[in-house]
Design a protein around this ligand. Structure first.
Ligand SMILES: Nc1ncnc2c1ncn2[C@@H]1O[C@H](COP(=O)(O)OP(=O)(O)OP(=O)(O)O)[C@@H](O)[C@H]1O
Length: 621
């Protein structure tokens, strides 16, 4: 993200561009509602002046000596009645049109924002704190800014019409007071504009604190975190940190509120002095017979109307200005360049027939980060199985992420049947792969959907879903659930009072969830490459053995890559590659490696001795 992209100062051209974009977005969200809203706005803008004029005429006619009688009075009184009725009715109708428009905007913006995020093919953006901050601001801005901008601009139009028409009325009574009232409002406009710029900057500057605050809040509420929070007594600690961030945010907001108060206070006082002085001057004039009662009433209505409309215009205008500055986050995000380059005409991914090759692959997670892979080269021939072994942090999962093209190598290349992954269509490539990740997802869906979404095109084919569940040894677990495959595996969608009720959500154990994730991968029949990153880490020994037997049968025709710390499960692989600090230090078949004196043999003996010791201890007991 460039420094320019984080700029919220918003040059004039930028602001105009964003205004046009906001208006265009609103129009696309609902042309009919937009038009209706505009007409209603114009009508509401002109009504106050119409009512003031009518009132002035009525008052002057009922003054002693004028006489407002009989049929002659009817048109004037009827007009006043119609105008005041409209004045009371239109805001409700206008709110209705606005709500319709708002709903349309939310739908459109949701589509554009999350559509843009969905187009990022890699992971790096999601790991960047700056991007996450911008995303959060974009979310806030996207759902409120277009509506706020458009509504503010409409409101400005309305207030502008009110001001102009009232000024026209006021000018007939007192041109001098008209000028003073308008001029007095100008400093307020300048102050509000600068304050709104400061508000937008503040929002951006406190966003890292907001992010941390959210993290602490989540830790205090999250079901998976709460166990450790309780056991380690972290509640007070997290709460303290949350308060620390909140206090900083509050202090920054407080400073801005104080500046707002100091700058706005004198301007409000000036407005009040002008209104009071003008009123005294007008009443004195009326007592001298220079003004009629109608003119005095018109003066009171127009001075307060003009000041009210100008204040509202300033507030709406500055609100729109602030929203425009924030809208930059949304528009920039929807136009962010792809995180990984995709050729304009990608090659189609062939069905794997030769194999996959890592050719001198170097990778690190950031320019300043240490190398995670340092010249890794190996081939995974079609139809064979390869196991990756190594200590924590050796780079095994990184190999998987590169293989799925969630990142690109910094140096070197990964080839699929000789074609660089960067030349292929990422979606097509991924469609040829099935995987169980180490950090698999527990979806708040039904059991059937948790498996079925492994292959969306066949999601509802229950035969296939059940076959996948059987391969992952989870079929019996699912059928024992209250609603079988239809059981909702979630607590978050429960209605209050649902606990224990038919249809209420259930949750599974860690190992059961892992088997469900495996079933999801099994659902992807006919894929060329199966990636299993610690697929059985949470399984009990019996389940692990049965699952691996099933996996071996499933892998038979497929090319597979297995990562596991349990060396007993990798021994049947055609080739075992040992990684250490991002380099391949050994490779070969289990029988060869275990004979040697390298890392694999040492780790294998270490694990085997653990089991032997345990067996001996159990035997003695
Ligand atoms: N998203 C990331 N951003 C920055 N560094 C990362 C990221 N993911 C992994 N790393 C770093 O890359 C190195 C290798 O991580 P990787 O997950 O590939 O190791 P691994 O061999 O799979 O480890 P384990 O056996 O613990 O799963 C680690 O030092 C880790 O800190």
């Amino acid at each position: 993200m460039t420094p320019h992209a984080l700029d919220t100062s918003g040059g004039r051209r930028d602001l105009i561009r964003r205004t046009v974009e906001a208006m265009a977005l609103t129009w696309r969200a609902g042309p009919g509602s937009c038009l209706a809203f505009l007409l209603l706005t114009i009508a509401q803008g002109l009504l106050p002046a119409g009512i003031t004029l009518c009132t002035m005429k009525v008052l002057d006619r009922i003054a002693p000596g004028e006489g407002l009688h009989g049929p002659a009075a009817l048109p004037l009184v009827a007009t006043l009645g119609v105008l005041t009725t409209l004045y009371a009715l239109l805001p409700g109708v206008s709110d209705y049109a606005r709500s319709r428009l708002q709903r349309g905007i939310i739908l459109l913006v949701q589509d554009q924002l999350y559509g843009a995020v969905n187009r990022f093919i890699g992971l790096s953006r999601f790991e960047s704190p700056a991007f996450l901050d911008r995303m959060r601001l974009a979310q806030d801005a996207a759902f409120s800014a277009p509506d706020r901008i458009t509504m503010s601009l409409f409101a400005v139009v309305q207030q502008f019409l009110t001001v102009v028409s009232l000024i026209a009325v006021l000018a007939t009574v007192s041109p001098l007071m008209t000028v003073i009232t308008v001029v007095a409002a100008l400093p307020a406009l300048a102050v509000e504009l600068s304050l709104s710029r400061e508000r937008a900057r503040l929002m951006y500057s406190i966003s890292p604190r907001n992010r941390r605050q959210l993290f602490y809040q989540r830790m205090l509420l999250d079901l998976t975190a709460i166990k450790e929070v309780r056991l380690f007594g972290l509640g007070g600690f997290l709460l303290g940190r949350m308060h620390h961030e909140t206090r900083h945010i509050n202090a920054a907001e407080e400073r801005l509120d104080r500046r707002t108060l100091v700058r706005q206070g004198p301007l409000c006082a000036l407005g009040a002095v002008i209104a009071a002085g003008g009123l005294a001057w007008m009443i004195t004039g009326a007592l001298r017979g220079e003004h009629t009662v109608g003119e005095v009433s018109a003066f009171i209505a127009t001075v307060s109307g003009v000041q009210g409309a100008l204040t509202a215009t300033i507030l709406q205008g500055t609100g729109a200005y602030q929203a425009l500055l924030l809208l930059g986050h949304y528009t920039d995000l929807t136009r962010t360049e792809p995180d990984l380059p995709v050729p304009s005409a990608p090659l189609s991914t062939p069905k794997l027939s030769q194999g996959i090759e890592f050719d001198d692959v170097w990778f690190r997670y950031g320019e300043a980060a240490p190398w995670v892979l340092r010249g890794v080269s190996f081939t995974l021939p079609h139809g064979s199985s390869l196991a990756l072994v190594g200590l924590n942090g050796a780079g095994k999962s990184t190999v998987v992420k590169l293989l799925c093209r969630l990142y690109d190598p910094i140096r070197g290349a990964i080839r699929w049947d000789g074609v660089d992954l960067r030349d292929l269509d990422p979606a097509e490539l991924r469609d040829r792969i099935s995987a169980v990740f180490q950090d698999y997802v527990e979806y708040d869906f039904s059991a059937a959907d948790n498996i079925g979404i492994g292959d969306l095109a066949h999601r509802t084919e229950m035969d296939r879903v059940m076959a996948a569940a059987r391969r992952a040894e989870v079929h019996d677990v699912v059928t024992a659930l209250p609603q079988g495959y239809g059981t909702l595996l979630s607590r978050i969608f429960d209605e209050p009072g649902d606990e224990g009720a038919e249809g209420a959500g259930m949750t599974l154990s860690g190992g059961q969830w892992q088997r469900l994730a495996l079933a999801r991968a099994m659902m992807r029949e006919g894929r060329d490459l199966l990636i299993l990153d610690e697929p059985s880490a949470g399984l009990d020994p019996e389940a692990e053995q049965r699952v691996h037997r099933q996996l071996s049968a499933y892998r038979e025709d497929a090319t597979s890559l297995l990562i596991s710390h349990r060396l007993g499960t990798v021994r049947r692989a055609d080739r075992i590659v040992v990684l250490a600090e991002g380099r391949i230090i050994e490779s070969g078949r289990h029988a060869e490696l275990v004979q040697g004196s390298g890392t694999y043999a040492r780790l294998f003996r270490l694990q085997a001795s653990g089991y032997t010791e345990r067996a001996e201890t159990e035997g003695r007991c």
